[in-house]
Design a protein around this ligand. Structure first.
Ligand code: C2G
Length: 131
């Protein structure tokens, strides 16, 4: 069995997130998703996500392509999460291209193309009347 791990915030869930998770799952047989905590987001961006972490996690856990979710509490713990979940493959969107190559001794690292023209930020602007 090939275990795939990926990480993200998945705030205001959209089809770009879905396509990434479906393609990540297709790289193995079991998909584990680290969902960033509200506190991690706050410390990174000085603002909270629109959806609180329990709701973001519930949405991700309900997807057919997702087998397991856990809290991503720190960006510095990737190596530990990879080991703890015995991941064979780390999949990330190509906005992170090259940034996780240091984990190749632990697992395969794959970057997938992002879905064009959709993002949480663009959606928020559209809802606010700016797009
Ligand atoms: N994504 C995508 N296409 C988009 C938007 C997002 O493929 N149009 C992908 C991203 O590349 C990422 C995943 O969806 O792999 C989740 O995106 P975000 O919620 O923006 O996650 P991010 O803030 O990049 O992750 O350790 C990483 C952190 O958890 C932060």
């Amino acid at each position: 069995m090939r275990r795939v791990i990926t990480f993200g915030t998945y705030d205001v869930f959209h089809v770009g997130h879905l396509r990434l998770l479906e393609r990540a799952r297709a790289h193995g047989d079991y998909l584990i998703v680290g969902v960033s905590t509200d506190q991690l987001n706050y410390s990174k961006k000085q603002r909270l996500p629109i959806y609180p972490e329990q709701e973001r996690k519930a949405i991700i856990a309900s997807l057919r392509c997702v087998d397991e979710v856990f809290d991503e509490e720190s960006l510095e713990m990737k190596g530990e999460y990879i080991r703890r979940h015995r991941a064979d493959v780390l999949v990330m969107g190509d906005d992170w291209a090259g940034r996780f190559d240091e984990f190749t001794p632990l697992c395969e690292v794959i970057y997938l193309e992002r879905t064009p023209s959709i993002s949480t930020t663009a959606l928020i602007e559209k809802i606010q009347g700016g797009g």
